[in-house]
Design a protein around this ligand. Structure first.
Ligand code: B4P
Length: 185
């Protein structure tokens, strides 16, 4: 049973959707930095106010801020976890590696959800969240290509990447995800 997982992929690939299903199925802590940041915005906290404008532009919130959130959650949790939307750049990945070395909790699988830009755009436009208008989505895709996509090589080198085709119905994608994370390490 794999219980330390990371979900990677472009915005709209379905990381949140699939992460939620898998976490429920396996009883894991689902840690979505996007959701945690949106909750801070909703609560009107100082952190949320800082994050709000950045998210509305489709850019990345500061590493220090996101790291502090993730670190606090992982330190206070005992058991398996699934990271969704974090890390999003090499600096975050390096900091995560240090933290997990310290905790002696290495990542077991990195699930990479792959989807064409055209479908990503359609999915996000039909979701219609505050940061889901066309100009902001295009910027998020650009930020993904520049800052997050290099993580694929980083984790591939560590032998952790499990590619999953994210096109098709939610249930179909979920069974592909389940299959790759059930493979022996
Ligand atoms: P996130 O909350 O991570 O959101 P996302 O990448 O846009 O979406 P995701 O891939 O999770 O897609 P979802 O399942 O929702 O990030 C939002 C913002 O937060 C970032 O732009 C950034 O500003 C900030 N942020 C987050 N983490 C950060 C970090 N580590 N560092 C700095 N900043 C950070 O699916 C999308 C839509 O598709 C949904 O409507 C869903 O219902 C639909 N869908 C899913 N699967 C489908 C399927 N198989 N078929 C049809 N529709 C499907």
């Amino acid at each position: 049973m794999s219980d330390r997982l990371l979900f990677l992929g472009p915005p709209g690939a379905g990381k949140g959707t699939q992460a939620q299903l898998l976490a429920a199925e396996r009883g894991l802590l689902h840690l979505s930095t996007g959701e945690l940041l949106r909750a801070e915005v909703q609560a009107g906290s100082e952190l949320g106010t800082e994050a709000q404008a950045v998210m509305a532009r489709g850019e990345l919130v500061s590493d220090a801020l996101v790291l502090a959130i993730v670190k606090a959650r992982l330190l206070s949790h005992d058991g398996g976890w699934l990271l969704d939307g974090f890390p999003r750049n090499l600096a975050q990945a390096g900091a995560l590696r240090e933290l997990l070395d310290e905790l002696k909790q290495p990542i077991e699988h990195v699930v990479l959800l792959q989807l064409d830009d055209g479908i990503l755009l359609q999915r996000l436009l039909s979701r219609g969240r505050d940061d889901d208008n066309e100009a902001v989505i295009r910027n998020r895709l650009e930020v993904y290509r520049e800052q997050t996509a290099p993580l694929i090589a980083f984790y591939r080198q560590l032998g952790l990447i499990r590619e999953v085709e994210a096109e098709g119905a939610v249930e179909a994608v979920a069974s592909r995800v389940s299959a790759v994370v059930s493979q022996p390490l």
